[in-house]
Structure formats: structure tokens, C-alpha cells
Ligand binder design. Structure first.
Ligand SMILES: Nc1nc2c(ncn2[C@@H]2O[C@H](COP(=O)(O)OP(=O)(O)OP(=O)(O)O)[C@@H](O)[C@H]2O)c(=O)[nH]1
Length: 327
């Protein structure tokens, strides 16, 4: 059974999330999308959104199947979606007021029943082209913990919205600035969040590396708050060694490690392995065979206070087997 892809939508206040949801609700896109507004109870949702109904689920004429809120329990809402007879192509979770996608991402990894039916597809962050400079400047020189910086950093895809309010040179400068915070996410632009839905749904970020040129982008990094470290290795990994190191790394540095992505070669296995992580969750999964492509591993870490040498050397050590316990 193929899993239903889930997109997590984030973005700073006023970036255009509601506008995007309304675009999905009204556009003639042919997808059956369930939209979930997820809220972890800290900040009340502004319910200007059309979705007021006694019924939790209802269907619109363009095929959208709406599930308006999952304020208390995302898992419960997803279960109800599974129970419904109508087929759903995609799920979009709008994480209003949420700086950290970890709790949402976790749902798809730690709950077996949910993981059986749904698979995280991508984290999409909307950016307000008119105001983002100000938000980023407000973050101060270290920007640590600042929501606007964080949301850009952990995105798989960035939608630079409101480009109607900025001139061409401004858009180019913003692209550069976004690149400085997130080297791997593809950046698309929009006005009134009118994006081609194929650009934000079905991105497949959790199945593969989205931005193949990520290594070339490394030198663009200049934001002191969030950096990225890219490591390329020709030698195969020892799987047990890699898993053990990643478990330790994510346990110890999970708060600072926003994203971890990679395609890696595992010794004795003809398949490419995909590595994905968000904070303390990581996943290493076999994918398609290398075939004629040269084997080789590329891993990128995105986060705060990243220790380039520790990460590079740590990864390199995982090409050797875990040392046997000396008893
Ligand atoms: N000029 C312009 N205005 C936009 C664009 N996109 C959205 N807006 C306006 O910006 C305001 C905020 O948009 P919303 O979609 O409510 O933003 P949001 O991210 O849902 O905001 P919060 O719910 O506060 O987080 C609204 O008045 C929109 O009409 C755009 O591309 N250009």
C-alpha cells in the first residue's frame, strides 16, 4: 500500500499561510487534499479561515477534503482520515505558531499505525518577501532560537511570497539571504501564495536529497546563527557504526541539529541509503540500487553551533566497524 504523503507548512506570522490554504481550497488542482490545522495549544489559532463546521471533515467541490483542526491530537485526526472511505492523495498540515516541526515529524516516526499509512514528504516554509529582512535583522547577530531563522533553516522548500511588494533586485538579495541560512532548500517565488501545487506537494524531500547541488552552495554560508556542514565520503559506511554514532549525536546535539540529510553507501549493500533527521529523530533507510552510479556518500547537517571537525571526523570514523567491547 502506498503511503499518503504529508506536507508540513510553516511560516512566520503573516507570511501567507492562510492565503495558501485558501488557494488550495479554491484552485482547480485535481488533488484530494486533507488540510489539517495543527496547534499545540500555545498560541490561539486565528480562525479567519473558512473552515468552520460542526463536522470535522467535509468536502469541497474542488475535491479538497477538509479536516479543519487538530488542536488537541494530530494522531487522532490522522486516524480518522484513514477510517474515511474516500481516497485522499495528500495531507497538508499547517503548523500555525509552531517554530519547531519536531513534534509533527515525530508523529510519523514513532506511531506505527500512522507511519503505516502516512509518510512525511517535505517541510515547506513560506517567507514574507516584504518583511523577512526585518524579522531576520531582529534576530540579532547570533539569531539563536529566533523563529524566523529556524523556520527557514529547517525547510525543504522555501516559498518566497509577496514578491509583488518587492522589486527584482530585492528578490535577488532575499534569495541570497535565504541561501545563507539554508543552502539545500529549493526557493520558489509567489504572489498571494499562488504556487503551482506540484511545487510544494509531493516534493519527496524525505526520500531523497532535494537539492543536488548542495555541496556547491556551502561557501555561501554566512549567517552566523545557522550554518551547514557538508561531508562527502568515498568509502562505504559500516551501518552499525553509523547508526550508533547518529543515535549519540542526535541525543547529545538534537536541540541544535535542525536537519540532517544524506544519501549514503553502506558496506555490503547494493542499494543507496537515504538518511533523514530532524532534531532527535533520524532515519536510515535502504532505497534504490546504485546501479551504474558511482557509490559515494553525501551528508549535510544544518543547525546552530555545528562543529565542522567533530561532524566530519565523527562521520569518517563510521566507515570502520564499531569496536568490539573490551571486557
Ligand atoms: N501584497 C501581498 N499581500 C499578501 C500576499 N500574500 C498574502 N498577503 C496578505 O498578507 C496578509 C497575511 O496573509 P495570511 O495568509 O493571513 O498570512 P498567515 O501566514 O496565515 O498569517 P498568520 O495566520 O498571522 O500567521 C493578508 O492580508 C494577505 O492578504 C502577497 O503575495 N502579496
Amino acid at each position: 500500500m502506498s503511503k499518503i504523503p504529508v506536507t508540513v507548512l510553516t511560516g512566520f506570522l503573516g507570511a501567507g499561510k492562510t492565503t495558501l490554504v485558501n488557494h488550495i481550497l479554491t484552485a482547480d488542482h485535481g488533488h484530494r487534499i486533507a488540510i489539517i490545522e495543527n496547534e499545540f495549544g500555545e498560541i490561539p489559532i486565528d480562525d479567519a479561515l473558512v473552515l468552520r463546521s460542526d463536522e470535522q471533515f467535509f468536502e469541497l467541490s474542488n475535491g479538497c477534503c477538509i479536516c479543519c483542526t487538530a488542536r488537541t491530537d494530530l494522531v487522532e485526526t490522522l486516524r480518522k482520515l484513514v477510517e474515511r472511505k474516500e481516497k485522499i492523495d495528500r495531507v497538508l498540515i499547517e503548523t500555525t505558531g509552531l517554530a519547531d516541526p519536531n513534534p509533527v515529524a515525530q508523529t510519523f516516526y514513532v506511531d506505527d499505525e500512522i507511519g503505516e499509512h502516512f509518510a512525511l514528504d517535505a517541510i515547506v516554509t513560506l517567507v514574507d518577501a516584504k518583511h523577512i529582512d526585518r524579522h531576520l535583522d531582529e534576530a540579532g547577530p547570533d539569531g539563536v532560537g529566533h523563529q524566523a531563522v529556524d523556520q527557514i533553516a529547517f525547510a525543504d522548500r522555501l516559498v518566497l511570497n509577496k514578491v509583488d511588494l518587492v522589486d527584482e533586485a530585492g528578490v535577488a538579495a532575499l534569495r541570497e539571504r535565504l541561501r545563507g541560512i539554508n543552502a539545500t532548500a529549493e526557493i520558489i517565488t509567489s504572489s498571494y501564495s499562488r504556487v503551482d501545487l506540484d511545487d510544494i506537494l509531493g516534493v519527496g524531500a524525505f526520500n531523497r536529497i532535494v537539492h543536488p547541488a548542495w555541496l556547491d552552495e556551502q561557501e555561501h554560508f554566512h549567517d552566523p546563527a545557522v550554518t551547514s556542514v557538508g561531508v562527502e565520503l568515498a568509502e562505504d559506511f559500516d551501518e552499525a557504526s553509523l547508526r550508533a554514532w547518529l543515535a549519540e549525536l542526535t541525543a547529545e546535539h538534537g536541540d541544535d541539529l535542525y536537519r540532517l540529510k544524506g544519501v549514503v553507501a553502506v558496506r555490503g549493500d547494493a542499494r543507496r541509503h537515504v538518511l533523514q533527521g530532524i532534531h532527535r529523530i533520524f532515519e536510515l533507510r535502504a532505497a534504490d540500487p546504485w546501479g551504474r552510479d558511482a557509490r559515494g556518500s553525501k551528508v549535510v547537517f544544518i543547525g546552530r553551533n555545528l562543529d565542522h571537525e567533530m561532524l566530519t571526523e565523527g562521520l569518517r570514523a563510521c566507515t570502520r566497524p564499531v569496536p568490539a567491547e573490551v571486557s
